[in-house]
Every structure is written in C-alpha cells, then in structure tokens.
Design a binder for this molecule. Structure first.
Ligand SMILES: [Zn+2]
Length: 383
C-alpha cells in the first residue's frame, strides 16, 4: 500500500470523526432517523420484489405488506392436519416432528374433562351469549381468578394501546379471609358466604360482563372447582389465625388409589397440611394464612399455578405441570425414571386429538394469554 493513499484514508477518517463529534444532538437524531428509514425501506423493497423463493420470506412478518398474496409462496402452503400420531392420536401437519405431541409415546397425561353447561356452550362460538362471552373471556376470567397478576415494571406508552412488561411477571395470593375493614379480593371473594354480594363484587370491577353469566359460572365453580372446595374445607379445619394451610408444589406419588387420582386431577384435602405459623416449608409450596395482610408469590413451578390464574380454562382446578410427572415406556406403559419436561407437558396439552374436545384451545383470547404466560415463565427455564 502506498504511503500517500494511507495518508488520504486517514485524513478522510479523521474528517468524518470530526464531523460526527461536532454535530449537535438534533443533527445526530436526524441522521439516525434517516438511517433507520433507509434500512426499513431497503428491507421492504427486498420483501416486495423477491418472488417464490423460500429465503424471501425470512423475517417478512416484520414488514407485512397487504398487497402481497402470501398464499402464492410454496413454503406457506403446509397442507391439512391429516397426519395422526399412532401413540396419542394427535392431529399434525405433514412436516411436524414425530415426537412433538407425546415424545413418541413417552408422555401420557390424564385428559382434561370437557366442562359442563353453561361453560360448554359459552365456549362453543354458537349463539349471541357465546359470541359475547368469547369476546370478553379475559374479563370473565378476571372475575374469578384467585391470584393477582403483577410485574416488576409495567410501561404504558401513550400512543400504543398495549403495555410492555419489563422484568419478571408474578402471580400473588393473599390470605383466605380479609383483614378487618378490607374488601374481599381474588380468592377471598369465594368465601363471602353470600351469593348475591359475591356476584356484585365480581361485576363491580368488570363492567363488560353480564351478571346472569357471572352468576351461572359462580355456581359452577362452587360445585366443581376442587381448589375452591379444598380451600372451603381447609378454612373450616383451621383452628385459628395462627395456622396456615400448605399445598405442596409437586403431586405426591399416586400410591394404590389410582381411581381416586384419576377422578381428582387436582390437590385434594388429603394432600393439604395445616401447620402453625413459623414452621419451615419448601419455597415452592403455596402457604395460605387464614387471615393476614401479606401476599404470597406463587411460584410458576407449582402445579396449581395455572388453575389459580385461569379458572375459566381449568374449571375443575386441575393440576398443571410439576416436576414429579414421569415418562412412561411406550411399549409396556409402565412409568420410567425420566421426568417429563415442561416443554413436553405443554406440547402434549395443546394438541388437537382425534375424538377429543380440547377446552383449552376453545378459550381463544384467554388461551393466547395463557400461552404467552407459560412461554414467559415456564419454557424459558429450558428444563
Ligand atoms: Zn403423539
């Protein structure tokens, strides 16, 4: 390289560096904005002008163009769900992996029961009540959720109709009864002992819901939700405010009473401990006081986490994922020492199967929220 060229390049570089450092803040912002517009226009042009080649749709979702007919792209046509898993009868698309649904027969979970009326019809999508219910299903769930939703930092932006969450999400539960002069909140509403007042309180903070539907669902949960039934029984058994109830994070081994385990795929009163305040417990256990003003954070790895936050989906208070679920031998059906991962568990739960009604998927917008929740909290653990 000639010395004179080297000198010229160095001078150019120095000039550019001087220009950058001498710019005002306004000039710098304008320059950055111009650069951002240039990059986004280049990307859009690439997406628009590229045709039927597979690479051309990479990241195309970020520059979606209504004038492009994406169905003309070969890679968009994925066929129909006519591949059936021989182990679990999940319906899949042709190119989906064999093990996606049940790890080739190694994961087998107790099916979730379809809900009774009126919930069954409300999620059907047929009729005006159902259309109304599915439009406002998140508000209906808010009426009945037993834990509160929180985040370390919620950022609301003026021009955006959504909010961003920074840091961790958490769900918290209070005591079973409110401290004197406080309103009943979340789980405490179930134990007011006065049905019309209970409905009033549920509707007070959710003005888009119909009182008649809230009343019917309230009756359903009092009859069928095993967690509510369990909490009511425990409340009668707790001798004083100095005692608390403990629901273990993991299911205890099934033992000999398999029928009982099948019937109640949720914690039952035999699995609940009543202990005095001060006793040491595992950090993942749910510990509910009879009455105090403290909130407890529910760990996402507790098996009741999903049911406490999504009663419309888990209407019986069914167990979600926990660390004690084991894989089975696909040939003999017997349990192995290998644990089912949270990814295995939720892949299995969210599948459409032959001759099976998947209530979770029918909950539409609430299902979307639930999926985001489990992705944020559970799957990121990469266990
Ligand atoms: Zn399968």
């Amino acid at each position: 390289m000639r010395r004179s060229n080297l000198g010229r390049r160095t001078r150019n570089a120095t000039n550019q560096a001087n220009y950058r450092s001498n710019r005002t803040a306004q000039e710098r912002d304008d320059g950055n904005e111009r650069e951002r517009i240039r990059i986004s226009q280049t990307r859009e042009a690439r997406a628009r002008h590229s045709t039927n080649n597979r690479e051309s749709l990479n990241r195309a979702a970020f520059s979606y163009d209504v004038s492009i007919d994406y169905s003309n792209y070969q890679c968009v046509v994925i066929g129909s769900m006519n591949s059936v898993c021989s182990h679990c009868k999940a319906l899949k698309y042709k190119n989906e992996a064999n093990g996606l649904c049940c790890a080739n027969g190694k994961v087998k979970l107790i099916p979730l029961d379809p809900p009774p009326e009126p919930l069954y019809s409300l999620v059907s999508g047929i009729g005006t009540d159902s259309i109304h219910f599915l439009t406002h299903i998140q508000q209906y769930n808010n009426c009945f959720q037993m834990t509160s939703f929180g985040a370390r930092n919620v950022v609301r932006e003026n021009f955006m109709p959504t909010f961003k969450i920074q840091g961790q999400i958490y769900h918290r539960a209070g005591s079973l009864l409110p401290v004197s002069d406080s309103d009943n909140k979340f789980l405490q509403i179930y134990f007011m002992g006065n049905s019309p007042q209970e409905i009033d309180l549920r509707c007070a903070h959710n003005n888009l819901v119909k009182r008649s539907i809230v009343e019917q669902l309230q009756t359903l949960f009092h009859q069928h939700n095993q967690l509510i039934i369990l909490f009511k029984t425990a409340l009668d058994l707790i001798p004083s405010d100095n005692h608390k109830i403990v629901i273990r994070a993991d299911k205890t081994p099934a033992g000999v009473d398999l029928q009982h385990t099948r019937r109640f795929n949720a914690p039952n009163i035999d699995e609940v401990a009543i202990v005095v305040v001060g006793e040491n417990l595992e950090s993942r256990d749910i510990v509910l006081h009879r009455r105090n003003d403290q909130l407890q954070r529910i760990k996402e790895t507790h098996r009741s986490y999903d049911a406490l936050q999504y009663p419309i989906i888990f209407w019986q208070g069914e167990d979600g994922y926990d660390f004690s679920i084991k894989m089975i031998n696909p040939i003999t059906g017997s349990e192995t020492y290998k644990k089912v991962s949270s990814m295995n568990y939720y892949s299995y739960r969210l599948m459409i199967r032959e001759n099976e009604d998947n209530h979770i998927l029918k909950c539409r917008r609430l299902y979307h929220k639930y999926v985001v929740d489990i992705c944020m909290l559970k799957l990121k653990r990469r266990d």
